[in-house]
Write a protein that binds this ligand. Structure first.
Ligand code: NAD
Length: 287
């Protein structure tokens, strides 16, 4: 078991601060990757309907449960793919959400999931509040423990805070040292919403070769990936790095036992470019 800290969400549930993401992992490769992650000590797995690997992910999870891992010691997240040409408004839209959830749950082969997220806000369609009401229903029915959102901006969060019954437990957004999301994080903190980072390693591109980070890593006798994940943890952010390489899977979990100091944090703050890797969710839709 790892000694990764947990964060208490606004509904009382706890989530490990470090999880394992499986975006872009084909279904058949998700099984060995999630198996390796669970063996390494990860206790939180992040998938989504659109990743098309809920089957393979579920297989590895069920295998671990059959092997003695307690369900309550495991945190499973999946996401509603609320894009496409389907109409997500009205009662019909809410029924569609419930059907999508059923499909995800069946693929994962679990009795419940810990966290269900709206994958994209699609503000130009204006249906996210209606979709959120269906998630509230799923939570009330006990089919999912917690509900949250992904890629939401302050405008959509404000609307949920004003008009919905349940406050999202977290918002999963692009976040890494190049794009630290300081303003949005402060907004989350003010409203009791946790921040979860997607692409926490900047998708493993130039960020991991950034000279300032290489120096910081050398100073601590760690890798750049470990320094970046440590930065997320010290910021109170939940991170869900992805890798299919067992040695990196283990490396990414080994981020306790050292502390970034004020100088390190200042160096990391310096490299922010404010540039996203992914599209801007305020303007972008997948249709
Ligand atoms: P990431 O930042 O986790 O980077 C992953 C890549 O970094 C790997 O493919 C590998 O190339 C490299 N890498 C990983 N560990 C390494 C190490 N120790 N040393 C060197 N290189 C290493 O990128 P990601 O997969 O985009 O994001 C993580 C997870 O976030 C996804 O798997 C998914 O679960 C989630 N996500 C969510 C959304 C969303 O819209 N909600 C979008 C993107 C990703």
């Amino acid at each position: 078991m790892s000694n990764i800290p947990s964060i208490t969400l606004n509904d009382g549930a706890q989530i490990p601060q470090l999880g394992f993401g499986v975006w872009q992992v084909p279904d058949n490769e998700a099984t060995p990757a999630v198996r390796a992650a669970l063996q390494a000590g990860y206790r939180s797995i992040d998938t989504a309907a659109i990743y098309e690997n809920e089957d393979g992910t579920g297989l590895a999870i069920r295998e671990a449960l059959a092997g003695g891992l307690a369900r309550e010691d495991l945190y499973v997240t999946t996401k509603l793919w609320n894009s496409g040409t389907r109409d997500w408004s009205g009662e019909q839209g809410r029924d569609a959400v419930l059907r999508e959830f059923d499909a995800s749950l069946a693929k994962l082969g679990l009795e419940y999931i810990n966290l269900y997220l709206i994958h994209w806000p699609r503000p130009m369609h204006g249906s996210y509040l209606n979709v959120w009401k269906a998630l509230e229903q799923l939570k009330a029915d006990g089919r999912v423990r917690s509900i949250g959102v992904s890629n939401f901006g302050q405008e959509q969060l404000t609307r949920l805070l004003d008009e919905a019954e349940v406050v999202p437990v977290l918002n999963q957004v692009e976040l890494h040292p190049y794009f630290p999301q300081k303003e949005l994080r402060a907004f989350h903190t003010r409203h009791g919403i946790a921040t979860e980072a997607w692409s926490p390693l900047g998708q493993g591109r130039e960020l991991l070769a950034e000279p300032a980070l290489v120096k910081t890593a050398e100073k601590h006798g760690r890798t750049v990936a470990q320094v970046v994940l440590r930065w997320h943890l010290q910021n109170g952010v939940i991170a869900i790095p992805k890798s299919v390489t067992p040695s990196r899977i283990r490396e990414n979990l080994n981020v306790t036992g050292f502390e970034l100091d004020a100088e390190d944090l200042a160096v990391i703050a310096e490299i922010a470019t404010g540039k996203r890797i992914g599209p801007d969710p305020q303007e972008f839709d997948w249709n």
